[in-house]
Write a new protein. Structure first.
Length: 344
């Protein structure tokens, strides 16, 4: 099949990835290419070693700002107009992952079957975008978790399919033999809603070491709330490419999932489990389908998490990986292939 993946003309798919959606798009596109499909991805840029091709939309050399439109929004509209002029007849299917409304407005000009994956919770702007688009199109909507599906179904008023995000499991021999140089581990975008501070509080109450990794998305938040708490025991190792990030993750004993917002899927949680690391965190951070026995425990707050960790017995890497196999990325890829084939 010939597939066009639409991220956004302003989204970079270079490593280290900004977030889970960027990682998912790049991984899915590469996996489809390895299965013999031709995949182009609309994005700002991507690493050269990827197997997919990239489709870029240039900004206007002219000023796009006016009395009601910022320069940034004006450039986005200009790029969306370029997208409208693309000859999509070459492709069998278009797969949207974008958060930008103008791309969906012009998508109606393309007479081609399309899949839209919802990666984020309903927000006022995003909710309106998709309510209008679903009413005007027959595009196939997919959510990445049951939690997200229920939220969007209530908003859109119609059924949505679920295809869970997935992970590639490292070999169990590697997971069992790796030297545990870290204790507790937290990774993600560093901002208030992802809440690394709660992970720090848990570590402090337990008097255990904590390693923090991820991009500093909100510099003011980091400077005011995270950096002052860093010590020899609470340490930040930066924003790492996936291979190095997962190497550091595998060296830890327990992963803390402390996001304050309702995570659409909780990719970092399943990545930890895939590397043989048990998870303790908040219900907001861990959707129901990722909760299982003492392998992945979801609580309400810092004190409950601290209590649960104190009572947590030994959890084997095999038990973590066994549960993570329910979210095998190969299954995710095959499920999307089936959806594409059904549309053609």
């Amino acid at each position: 099949m010939r597939i066009l993946m639409v991220a956004s003309p302003i989204v970079s798919l270079r490593q280290p990835f900004k977030g889970g959606t960027e990682a998912f798009v790049a991984n899915l596109a590469n996996a489809l290419c390895k299965k013999g499909h031709t995949v182009d991805v609309l994005c700002k840029d991507a690493d050269e070693e990827n197997e997919f091709n990239i489709l870029q939309l240039d900004e206007s050399p002219l000023r796009m700002k006016d009395n009601i439109t910022t320069e940034e929004e004006g450039q986005k509209l200009y790029q969306a107009a370029q997208f409208a002029l693309i000859d999509n007849s070459y492709y069998d299917v278009v797969h949207y992952h974008s958060y930008y409304h103008a791309l969906y407005d012009v998508a109606l000009l393309h007479n081609i079957k399309s899949v839209i994956t919802l990666h984020a919770p309903v927000s006022p702007k995003l909710g309106l975008i998709h309510k209008l688009h679903k009413a005007r199109s027959d595009h196939c909507y997919i959510a990445v978790s049951n939690r997200l599906c229920k939220e969007w179904e209530a908003h859109l008023g119609s059924a949505i399919k679920v295809i869970s995000n997935g992970v590639t499991l490292p070999k169990s021999e590697y997971v069992q033999k790796i030297n545990k140089t870290h204790d507790l581990f937290w990774m993600g975008r560093i901002n208030a809603e992802k809440d690394p501070v709660s992970a720090i509080k848990i570590a402090q109450k337990l008097q255990r070491k904590l390693c923090i990794a991820g991009p500093v998305e909100d510099r003011e938040y980091f400077n005011a709330h995270v950096e002052p708490l860093l010590t020899d025991s609470i340490y930040y190792i930066g924003h790492l490419k996936h291979d190095e990030l997962f190497t550091q993750l595998a060296k830890s004993c327990l992963f803390l999932a402390t996001s304050k917002w309702n995570e659409p899927f909780g990719l970092t949680t399943i990545e930890a489990l895939a590397h043989g690391i048990p998870v303790v965190g908040f219900k907001t951070a861990i959707p129901e389908e990722l909760r299982f026995s003492n392998v992945c425990t979801a609580l309400n707050n810092v004190d409950e998490a601290v209590s649960a960790i104190k009572k947590l017995g030994k959890v084997s890497p095999q038990a973590c990986q066994s549960f993570a196999k329910n979210f095998d990325f190969n299954v995710t890829v095959s499920n999307y292939e089936a959806e594409y084939a059904a549309l053609i």
